[in-house]
Design a protein around this ligand. Structure first.
Ligand SMILES: *[C@@H]1O[C@H](CO)[C@@H](O)[C@H](O)[C@H]1NC(C)=O
Ligand SMILES: *[C@@H]1O[C@H](CO)[C@@H](O)[C@H](O)[C@H]1NC(C)=O
Ligand SMILES: *[C@@H]1O[C@H](CO)[C@@H](O)[C@H](O)[C@H]1NC(C)=O
Ligand SMILES: *[C@@H]1O[C@H](CO)[C@@H](O)[C@H](O)[C@H]1NC(C)=O
Ligand SMILES: *[C@@H]1O[C@H](CO)[C@@H](O)[C@H](O)[C@H]1NC(C)=O
Ligand SMILES: *[C@@H]1O[C@H](CO)[C@@H](O)[C@H](O)[C@H]1NC(C)=O
Length: 551
């Protein structure tokens, strides 16, 4: 089938779901996912490549673009990708997690089709199956503003994606075996920047170049497995302009703490002595600090980067203060990430408070992680398919946990964890971390207002400390040890949405849940019909299709 025919067919099938505007362009990608040998820390190991690359290709898009990615799984295991932070409005069919999609079987393919909306910013995609993220398969994803909507800064000279993350030299199958046998992952072996780590001799090829006097945008995402990372560039301050789809107040920082799953955009001006400089990402809150480096070169430069690496901050109070300095730019003229106008979120009445406490404990002698005492397990039938095919009762129970955590979360039950949210309710979610370790939470399908992080335990009186004016609307929030965080959002995007710990070990061993947001109307205004190419598995293979949603 030719590109033209495919284009026509896709347009037709898109039209049967929803009226598309003729001016919204389509971009098609074929991705071949394979194993390949990589040696990012000098040790050859099995990597997951996309079209031969590690990391995978960058997706460069503009709001309202239709992105069509045909993913061919040439691994020997089922595989899925998620587009972390892309809201997929009315379209959790494209979310790429095991609660919404059947995995792509080895030797087969699946075509994702989604439209990016006015979420101008920096994102990344990654595998959600097994521990595949530990081997690669991730890459950058950016959504640019349409020309008619200006961004609150001058066009940078160039725009660079910087994927930082901790790294293990053990294969993803070995790491998975550790977790399956009830053990925890040991500490990471290093930190990578775009799949590499520059040596101390200054002789590596530069990752990026800058022309003297020009300003560049760097989009930094933490794609790692568990470590918060501090990011900095020798001698160059970072002017923060965007965070997970929101324009921020443009404060300048010497370094930024980027917790797992988070993305920041900064502007950097090449106004220093023309030579090479290191960009540095180092682990936070670890006894042994692991450091990854990459070289930035001035085009008129003559000289290697200094081996002296700027110091990283110590302790998490610094990081908490940095979080508190993040503000949404309320006057930026760009489109709002939330078209429902809920950016006056401070004056909306809270209809429900859900308090989530994370815990870790042994079940049958094996380590599990839980939320309010429940450790999620994926089933053969994705929850979303069970619900759509009106067979939810055969597969899972709603409201596995209650909005108040049990007094002790030491006893863990292993079942699918599904919370039922009423369509369009404005809900407050409190994440309370009683552990001594960092936590990082992410919600699919939405941006939320990250209104507070504080040490200690949450009580209703703490609401008076919330930022109810200009908290950043984002999709990931960290929680420091023995601390809590609060977010607020309107559940106006119908679908089945994954709320997960971004820490791979925690997520894989059950620290995630799904929020079912059903539109009672079963209307196309609220949710798209199941796409024709949806993979079916479990009991969904043999069930009759319910009547499609209508306008
Ligand atoms: C994908 O990569 C594999 C291994 O390199 C190769 O055998 C296969 O032909 C490729 N498939 C496509 C569709 O490019
Ligand atoms: C990305 O897309 C934008 C707008 O669509 C375009 O201006 C820019 O040149 C593209 N950048 C790259 C690196 O392709
Ligand atoms: C697999 O790829 C073919 C084109 O090579 C496409 O026609 C088909 O729709 C894809 N399958 C799925 C499930 O998306
Ligand atoms: C916010 O955005 C406006 C409008 O684009 C811009 O002029 C202003 O400098 C930004 N404010 C801050 C504090 O970054
Ligand atoms: C919010 O609640 C207050 C007190 O219960 C009530 O007076 C007010 O009308 C409510 N506001 C909205 C927008 O519903
Ligand atoms: C979930 O909530 C929706 C909206 O309140 C309701 O219609 C539905 O019956 C609930 N489902 C279950 C199984 O509780």
């Amino acid at each position: 089938m030719g590109r033209g025919t495919m284009f026509m067919l896709l347009c037709l099938s898109a039209m049967s779901m929803v009226v598309v505007r003729a001016e919204d362009p389509y971009f098609f990608f074929d991705w071949n996912v394979t194993y390949g040998t990589i040696s990012p820390l000098g040790v050859p190991q099995q990597g997951i490549l996309i079209n031969g690359g590690f990391p995978g290709p960058n997706i460069n898009s503009t709001s309202n673009n239709n992105i069509v990615i045909n993913v061919f799984n040439n691994l020997d295991e089922p595989f899925l990708l998620t587009w972390s932070g892309i809201q997929h409005r009315k379209n959790s069919w494209q979310d790429g997690v095991l609660g919404t999609n059947c995995p792509i079987a080895p030797g087969t393919n699946f075509t994702y089709h989604f439209q990016v909306k006015d979420q101008i910013g920096s994102y990344f995609y990654y595998p959600t199956t097994a521990t595949h993220r530990a081997a690669g398969g991730f890459g950058g994803l950016r959504v640019n503003s349409r020309l008619l909507i200006p961004v609150p800064y001058a066009d940078p000279e160039d725009d660079y994606t910087v994927l930082i993350g901790d790294w293990y030299t053990k294969s993803h199958t070995t790491l998975k075996k550790f977790l399956d046998s009830g053990r925890s992952l040991a500490r990471a072996d290093g930190v990578l920047i775009n799949g590499k780590n520059a040596k101390d001799d200054g002789k590596d090829e530069p990752l990026f170049t800058m022309k003297p006097g020009k300003t560049y945008k760097y989009r930094i995402c933490n794609v790692g497995l568990k470590n918060s990372l501090n990011f900095r560039i020798q001698g160059h301050p970072l002017k923060l302009v965007e965070m997970e789809g929101s324009h921020t107040v443009q404060n300048t920082y010497e370094s930024l703490d980027v917790h797992v799953g988070q993305c920041f955009s900064v502007l950097v001006t090449a106004d220093k002595e023309p030579k090479d400089y290191y960009m540095v990402a180092s682990t936070r809150f670890t006894k042994t600090v692991l450091t990854g480096k990459g070289i930035i070169r001035y085009t008129n430069g003559n000289g290697p980067a200094s081996p002296e690496i700027p110091e990283a901050p110590v302790g998490w109070a610094w990081s908490l203060n940095q979080f508190r300095s993040f503000r949404w730019n309320l006057t930026a003229s760009a489109a709002r990430p939330n078209p429902q106008g809920s950016y006056h979120y401070g004056s909306i009445n809270i209809t429900r408070t859900i308090k989530l406490v994370n815990s870790a404990s042994k079940v049958d002698g094996k380590l599990r992680y839980a939320i309010n005492g429940v450790s999620h397990v994926d089933l053969d039938t994705p929850l979303k398919l069970a619900e759509y095919f009106e067979a939810a009762d055969k597969v899972f129970k709603y409201d596995t946990i209650s909005d108040e955590p049990p007094t002790t979360t030491d006893k863990i039950t292993v079942v699918p964890n599904v919370v039922n949210a009423t369509f369009r309710n404005f809900i407050e979610i409190i994440f309370e971390n009683h552990e001594k370790s960092m936590q990082s939470w992410h919600l699919d399908g939405y941006s939320f207002f990250a209104v507070a992080i504080e040490p200690g335990r949450w009580t209703p009186e703490k609401r008076k400390n919330y930022n109810l004016l200009d908290a950043v609307s984002r999709h990931t929030i960290q929680v420091f040890p023995k601390s809590w965080a609060a977010i607020m959002l309107t559940f106006d995007n119908a679908g089945m949405w994954n709320l997960r710990s971004e820490l791979t070990e925690n997520r894989y061993l059950g620290q995630q849940l799904y929020i079912s947001v059903l539109s009672p109307a079963r209307s196309l205004r609220d949710e798209y019909n199941i796409p024709e190419n949806t993979l079916l598995c479990g009991i969904a293979k043999d069930l009759p299709k319910p009547p499609p949603y209508t306008i």
